[in-house]
Design a protein around this ligand. Sequence first.
Ligand SMILES: [Zn+2]
Length: 350
Amino acid sequence: MKKTVIRSGLESLYFSGLHHLMRPLVGGVGAILTLHHVRPARPDAFQPNRLLEITPEFLEELLCQIKSAHLDVISLDEMHRRFITGEFKRRFVCLTFDDGYKDLKLWAYPLLRKYEMPFAVYIATSFPDRLGELWWLALEAVIAQNSRIGALINGKEQFFPSATVAEKRELYDAFYGYLRSMKTEDQLRAAVRDLCARYRVDIVSFCRELCMDWQEIVALSADPLVTIGAHTVNHKMLKKVPDEAAARAEMQMSRSVLEAALGKRPDHLAYPVGDPTSAGPREFRIAAELGFKTAVTTRPGVLFKAHRDHLMALPRISINGEFQQQRYVKVLMSGAATAMWNGFRRVNAA
Ligand SMILES: [Zn+2]
């Protein structure tokens, strides 16, 4: 439902040409794009996490479009420099990839090399350590592999049908929403571990299969085009970690582990999940206290000069795999759509 609204909203913005009219108002100085997986499309009907992946062809089109729009593609360090010096003569784009998947190396990296575009990769260090829980994929696997799911919901055993694709989709959305509504990340993880134990899904198998190992990350980081950023240790929604010291340790430890592995201290951070339920004022303050140069959220938006004072709460534009049409990206990058979502507030860092 929400997807349809977003899609038709983007369509009407695009076809009305409104984004052109709004560009001087909302266009800002630049944008940071968020990407996750880049890999060929798969035929499976049940792909609840498809929004997190785009095809190599779509990425190449996107890179060509950025090039022909004469936008500067710059590193996070250069973005930081421009904010500090106030040098905004040309609009810029930063490309960021979250989580460090193997498909980045396989499919995206050759294209980024071809177009000589710098990019950043945010690593949750438990992923190359092979201890990470990609719980959203574990949930997908449990539902994909079973036609009926039993789970303890609010302390009560309940059963749900998941035989058809429609049932699986509905159950995934409901379960995902239920998990995300939990007060703490520990509760969420316990519920997913319980589900994985019941249905014999190995929760750490996903980071083993999908995420780059340390050797691959070290090799990638040697390329001057690449910036490696921190993404915590365990990829927890930090706002759902009640103990401040534990939240701080997630950010600080991931930077230390990356520094030990790469011989270079990461200056940039991405909050896991990154929406307002995952990162808020406490997290922005801790990131500043730890001395990060920038920290990114997944709050949607383009960048304005005023973000100089909010470098620990930068918005990004997610390249959503459900909307692999260049015209959507154009509208998003014009800032028109995100300005509407944000009620025309330029900075949303509360
Ligand atoms: Zn992530």
